[in-house]
Design a protein around this ligand. Structure first.
Ligand code: ZN
Length: 531
């Protein structure tokens, strides 16, 4: 039986840009649009031309995307004609394949926010759709507050949706703008709408205020809607929008949906999903949610010993889908509860051959346990675990020694007479028979130390040129009589690979130094640097 086409509409660059603390540059927007295009998203909403310089510039450019690049804006203002509304004119002139209008669908908002009549609002919807179609654009209409409006006055909410459809809008999108509607309500109301407007012209735009935006989107599809609007990583104001990163694999991998629908995302593109999700976080300069469904670092991670041995026998026993399908990895955590089977499973995963009767495995387990009691957390630091394992098994070359380092922090007046704090680090390194001294300044002592350490590693420098630190997290642990500092450093290389290293010490510089060293040595091992 032929499957039905279900369309995905991404609004990361428009609704997602409403997120607190998110401020996309033009370069960000182009890069994110490129990733969405590469995934196979049908529609990418770029922004609101005329509303700010970035969006105006974005829609002034020629782009080469397969996706339907969509501009967002308001229907014509009440009391004006479509040809005499400057905002609408900017929208119609934007270089966009489609235009998505936002329109009021709740009689209360029409009266109070728009301060106009119900009939004038309907006329505004009709006129705007007609004007955009006249410009040769595909037209979508977001019916704002549709579900609240429907509960208050179903007849009027439907009249708004119908006005858009009858005038030729390709999609009428039902928005749960306040995000408070529950899945069973969504299913009932969307089914009602689909009696009046064919479902293959109906879309759903859900917000996550009851943490059910994904469930609401799927409920709408069950009821007949054939377009889902959402954002990468569920970005969006307040609690966010429907998370496409969770919706896409659900549609692709769960038979209820995959046997009924086709989406624009191929099996091959699905394997890039985790990478796309993490790349967005990186652009936003924030850590990824480890517990994100499907793509989080912990999404396929198991801790307890009995699970680990079961997973080694048959992964499907503890996984709802295969991690590789979404570009993720299975992970068996090494932890306080670690048994030999965890360690062996983890070694196998990272490609270290080990015999279960090798006494060094028992020794490694002991070291892990000892270190975890003083604050190390290897389940959060995969690369440090790997370094510890390789060292215990005797397979890490001694590339270089840091014979001495010195870090100082100085507060003084700069040339402008302003009070500034400057850090400087000096590092002495021995590589083979060569002794090297590097010095560097930084915005803080750890930054200075990192710069000095990676400035000159002699013959190894070329292997670490692509190494970047992407996150640095500090936690003070209160164990025993004195506080201990735990530092986690996330690194990335030129291949886009990520790893995390850890250091623990009463001294934050020392803890940071351990984590930095692990990261550098991990990179040298990974790059196959010669001993
Ligand atoms: Zn929204």
């Amino acid at each position: 039986m032929a499957r039905e086409r279900l369309y995905l509409f991404d609004t990361t660059l428009r609704d997602g840009a409403q997120t607190n603390g998110v401020d996309f540059t033009l370069a960000d927007k182009l890069a994110i649009a490129g990733m969405l295009d590469g995934l196979g998203i049908d529609y990418v909403e770029g922004g609101y031309p005329g509303a700010n310089p970035t969006d105006t510039e974005l829609f002034g450019q020629d782009r080469k995307f397969d996706t339907i690049f969509t501009a967002f804006g308001m229907t014509r203002r009440p009391g004006r004609s479509a040809s005499n509304d400057p905002g609408l004119a900017l929208l119609l002139d934007a270089k966009a394949d489609a235009i998505c209008f936002v329109a009021k669908a709740w009689d209360y908002h029409v009266r109070v926010a728009l301060q106009t009549t119900e009939e004038e609002n309907l006329a505004s919807i009709r006129d705007s759709v007609r004007a955009a179609k006249g410009k040769g654009r595909e037209v979508l209409v977001d019916c704002e507050h549709f579900f609240d409006g429907y509960k208050a006055n179903p007849k009027y909410a439907l009249a708004c949706a119908k006005a858009a459809y009858d005038e030729g809008a390709r999609w009428v999108v039902l928005c749960d703008t306040n995000g408070g509607t529950l899945p069973h309500e969504i299913e009932t109301i969307v089914a009602d709408v689909c009696k009046v407007i064919p479902g293959d012209h109906v879309g759903i735009h859900a917000h996550n205020d009851t943490e059910q935006a994904v469930a609401n989107s799927l409920a709408a599809v069950r009821a007949g809607a054939r377009q889902i609007q959402g954002t990468l990583n569920g970005l969006g104001e307040r609690c966010g929008n429907a998370n496409l990163v969770s919706i896409i694999p659900t549609l692709k991998l769960k038979p209820e949906f995959s046997e009924t629908f086709d989406i624009g995302v191929s099996d091959v593109a699905l394997k890039k999903l985790a990478q796309v999700s993490h790349a967005l976080d990186e652009r936003l300069n924030r850590g990824s949610n480890r517990h994100a469904p499907y793509v989080g670092e912990s999404a396929f991670a198991t801790k307890a010993g009995i699970h680990a041995s079961a997973i080694a026998k048959d992964p499907a026993t503890y996984e709802h889908v295969l991690p590789e399908t979404v570009g993720n990895k299975r992970k068996v955590l090494v932890s306080e509860q670690a048994g030999k089977s965890n360690i062996l499973a983890e070694l196998e995963r990272i490609g270290i051959k080990a015999d279960k009767d090798d006494p060094r495995i028992g020794r490694l387990l002991e070291i892990v346990k000892e270190r975890e009691t003083i604050g190390y957390a290897y389940e959060a630091a995969d690369a440090s675990f790997e370094m510890l394992a390789r060292r215990t098994l005797g397979t890490v070359p001694n590339y270089f020694d840091v014979t001495q380092f010195d870090v100082n922090v100085e507060q003084r007046n700069n040339a402008k007479g302003e009070r500034v704090t400057v850090s400087m680090a000096v590092v002495k390194v021995r590589v083979g028979d060569d002794n090297m001294i590097s010095a560097a300044e930084g915005n803080g002592p750890v930054n200075a130390l990192d710069r000095a350490l990676r400035k000159d590693l002699g013959k190894y420098q070329k292997y670490i040129d692509g190494l970047k630190l992407t996150d640095y997290r500090v936690r003070i642990l209160n164990g025993g009589t004195e506080a201990v500092t735990r530092v986690l450093i996330e690194s990335e290389d030129e291949n886009g690979d990520h790893w995390t290293t850890i250091g623990v010490s009463p001294n934050i510089i020392d803890a940071s130094f351990q984590a930095l060293m692990d990261s550098i040595i991990y990179k040298l091992v990974k790059s196959g640097a010669p001993a």
